[in-house]
Design a protein around this ligand. Structure first.
Ligand SMILES: Cc1cc2nc3c(=O)[nH]c(=O)nc-3n(C[C@H](O)[C@H](O)[C@H](O)COP(=O)(O)O)c2cc1C
Length: 181
């Protein structure tokens, strides 16, 4: 397939499920680059993704200043698809307003490839009108926003906001990479 997919992991409780997604994507012929926010590294370690992808995980905007091409620009030129999963309420707000204050949000601003956003948060956060408005802004800008699933959430509550099944996210990625299928 020879395509490059950026997986941006942000700091939600569902971050651990993205290890399964990355593992499935690595089984087909895709180049996977994982980027994590600082908060995401509290939920799952970069080492997990480094082991699964065989590549350094990008967590820092400022490392390797000797590189000729700064990371976020060099990577933006290579990507066929950027996936933000899980996408926190905070990160969705940053995306909706063009905030570029860490390596992942800076890549989002530099990126021109299709973007898949997979929100995941507590129902109370998901129902917040500002979160809904920010998601609508992303959809208006042409980002593909997945609908969260309903069910039992972390901390024992039931409602909408759950990360969709990894198989469904995988299916959406395949559809975006192969629009003719
Ligand atoms: C235990 C715990 C679980 C959290 N889960 C979520 C979540 O599922 N979704 C969400 O939007 N925020 C969640 N948060 C809040 C985010 O971690 C927080 O807003 C953080 O600033 C997000 O940073 P980031 O968007 O840069 O990754 C959680 C926080 C804690 C302490």
């Amino acid at each position: 397939m020879d395509q490059t997919v950026g997986i941006g992991v942000t700091g939600g409780i569902a971050a651990y499920k993205i290890a399964d997604l990355v593992s499935r994507l690595k089984k087909i012929d895709l180049e996977i680059v994982v980027l994590m926010t600082e908060a995401a590294t509290r939920f799952i370690t970069p080492l997990t993704f480094k082991t699964l992808t065989g590549r350094e995980v990008i967590t820092d905007l400022w490392s390797d200043p000797r590189e000729y091409r700064v990371k976020h620009i060099g990577l933006a030129e290579q990507l066929d698809l950027l996936v933000i999963a899980p996408a926190t309420a905070n990160f969705i707000a940053k995306m909706a307003h063009g905030i570029a204050d860490d390596v992942l949000s800076t890549l989002v601003v530099a990126n021109t490839a299709p973007v898949l956003v997979v929100p995941s948060m507590n129902t109370r956060m998901y129902e917040n009108p500002i979160v809904k408005r920010n998601l609508a802004i992303l959809a208006e800008c042409g980002y593909h926003v997945m609908d969260p699933a309903s069910g039992l959430l972390a901390f024992g509550t039931i409602g909408k906001g759950k990360l969709p099944d990894v198989a469904d996210i995988y299916g959406e990625i395949m559809r975006l990479l192969n629009p003719s299928i």
